[in-house]
Design a protein around this ligand. Sequence first.
Ligand code: ADP
Ligand code: MG
Length: 337
Amino acid sequence: MSKPEVPLIAAQNLRKYFPVRGGPFGLGKQFVHAVDGVSFEVAAGETLGIVGESGCGKSTLARLLVGLIAVDEGKINFEGDELGRDISHQALQRGVQMVFQDSYASLNPRLTIAESIAFGPKVQWLDDPQGRALRLMEKVGLEPSRFAARYPHELSGGQRQRVNIARALAMSPRVVVLDEAVSALDKSVEAQVLNLLSDLRDEFGLTYIFISHDLNVVRYISDRVLVMYLGEVVEVGPVDAIYARQAHPYTASLFASMPSMDPDRRTKEPPLAGDPPNPINPPSGCRFHTRCRFAESICQSKTPALKPLLGQSDHMAACHIHEVASGHSLARAGVPA
Ligand SMILES: Nc1ncnc2c1ncn2[C@@H]1O[C@H](COP(=O)(O)OP(=O)(O)O)[C@@H](O)[C@H]1O
Ligand SMILES: [Mg+2]
C-alpha cells in the first residue's frame, strides 16, 4: 500500500497521567503513567492493531484519540490538522468514532435500535437520520423490519455490537477505534463480526485502530501492529514481519503466551512470568528490564529509543539488547567467509 504524504491520524509524544491518592496514609498525590510518550501514524485505509497486557494503556490511548479525554502533553493530528489548534474536539469526534467492548453499556436502554443509530446524526444535524439508520442496519446485517423497533435487551451480544458499529458509521467517520470490540463475543459470533468489520472497511474506505489482547484476531484484521508496555510503545511494524519475528523480548514473550495450533509458529520463548510493575513508579531505563531475561546494566539506566531494525525501515523496536544484536549481525555480515 502506498503511503499518502499526510497520515490520516498521527499521535506525537502523547502523555496521560491519572492522579491517584498515594503515599503515606493516602495523603500524597501520585500519578499513574497510563500513556507515556506514545507516537505513531496511521495511513488512510490502513488498520493498526494495538496489543499489550491489561493495564498497559491501550484504552487510555483510544480515549485520547477520539477526544474523550484531554491529553496532558503531545499532539494529535487528524488529516494534517492539529487537535485544539486547527480542529475542535467536536470535529475530531465526527471523524473518529469508537466502539467499546461492552455492547450493552454503550446503548441507551430506552431507545429502540433505529433511534439509537439515528441519535448521533440527529444531534449533528446530518441529512435524514432515520433513513441513514435503516440503511446502516442493512449494512451491518440487522434486517430493519425485524430489528428497528426492538430494544437493546432484546438482542444478543453480537447483534448489539452490530448496532454499535452502525452507530459509529452513522456519523460517516474516516477512522473507527475499536477497543476490544469483539472480545466479549463467543468465538463463532466474533468471527462473523470480524468479517463484517473487514467488509465495511472495504466498502466505506475506513481506517481502523483495532485494540485487542487476542493476537490471533489482531493478526487477521491488521496491516500493522503496535505493541505497548507500561504506557510506552516497545515495537511497531507490519503484521507479517512481527508475527514472523518479534524484535523486542517483551513482544516475544507476549507471542509465546499465544495459543497456536500450528507447531511451526510456536516460539521457544518462555511466556511472561509475573505481573507488570506498578505504573505509578515505572522502572527506570527500559521499563521491561525487571522482567527481561536478557537485561544488562544499560537497560536499567537508559531508556531505549524506538529504532528501525537493520535493513527494515518500517519495523521498529525500543531495545538496547536488540541494538547490540543488530550490531553483531552487521559485524558478521562484514566478515569475509
Ligand atoms: N480514570 C483513571 N484513573 C486512574 N487510573 C486510571 C484511569 N483509567 C485508567 N487508569 C490506569 O491507567 C493504566 C492504563 O489503563 P488502560 O488504559 O485501561 O489499560 P488497558 O486498556 O491496556 O488495559 C492502568 O494502570 C489503569 O489502572
Ligand atoms: Mg482496555
